[in-house]
Design a protein around this ligand. Structure first.
Ligand SMILES: Cc1cc2nc3c(=O)[nH]c(=O)nc-3n(C[C@H](O)[C@H](O)[C@H](O)COP(=O)(O)O)c2cc1C
Length: 215
């Protein structure tokens, strides 16, 4: 290793985030930053990839990367297996946090709030636009369960292929969408000398309270 971990650092100089640029509610700013990320981040970075943190019944946190698949005035939608570890956590504790990191833009967005399942109709509408392999995979994979080996997974996929040989797979009951309803959204713009800009929105009844946080 020519560079030690302690020596790894980058100064952030690309942009700033001032109160003048920040609308009274966070979704407009998120959409604007997301558009910037789509236009700026280079492949293979997926701008809609985020880290989702959930907390299990024992109060222990867990996080993993997921893809954001929908955004509207209600909140941030992602899809997964309802029987997965995250699905169990969300049953025990319906609060979660997601973090987006767009390194080229030197930006991070943190979102926190309650999570609810989307309607079966909404899950099915998204399921039907997934490629066939992904739809069969959702039927085949008992996500987060221990499996013997790769062969077991391939066997489960083969069973799903036989089951759906003559009909299009519908959305499995154990699979679907979740929507995080934001209560807090923080925008972080890297600045020089670690004096970053942080604008924090907290839900305040029907409105949003916007405050600057120290970096
Ligand atoms: C780039 C990337 C995108 C992913 N997207 C999803 C996704 O949209 N839904 C999903 O269930 N898992 C997705 N995963 C897999 C999850 O990180 C995780 O392994 C899986 O959901 C099981 O998590 P759990 O055991 O905590 O429930 C993705 C992983 C990566 C690296």
């Amino acid at each position: 290793m020519t560079q030690t971990l302690a020596d790894m650092r980058r100064d952030y100089i690309r942009d700033g985030l001032s109160e003048d640029q920040a609308p009274p509610e966070p979704l407009t700013l998120f959409k604007s930053w997301f558009t910037d990320a789509v236009n700026t981040e280079q492949l293979p970075v997926e701008p809609n990839a985020m880290t989702l943190a959930t907390v299990d019944a024992d109060g222990r946190p867990h996080c993993r990367v997921l893809l954001l698949k929908g955004l509207d005035d209600q909140g941030f939608t992602f899809f997964s297996n309802y029987q997965s570890a995250k699905g169990e956590h969300l049953l025990a504790n319906p609060f979660a946090a997601m973090t987006f990191f767009w390194p080229t833009l030197e930006r991070q967005v943190r979102i926190e709030g309650r999570v609810e399942r989307v309607s079966p109709a909404e899950s099915n509408a998204y399921f039907q636009v997934r490629p066939l392999g992904s739809r069969l995979g959702a039927w085949a994979s008992p996500q987060s369960r221990v499996i013997r080996d790769r062969g077991e997974l391939e066997g489960l996929l083969a069973q799903a292929e036989i089951r759906f040989a003559d009909e299009a797979p519908e959305c499995p009951p154990h699979w679907g969408g979740y929507r995080l309803l934001p209560e807090r959204v923080e925008f972080w713009q890297g600045r020089a000398s670690r004096l970053h800009d942080r604008l924090d929105y907290r839900r305040d009844g029907e409105a949003w309270l916007r405050q600057r946080l120290a970096p």
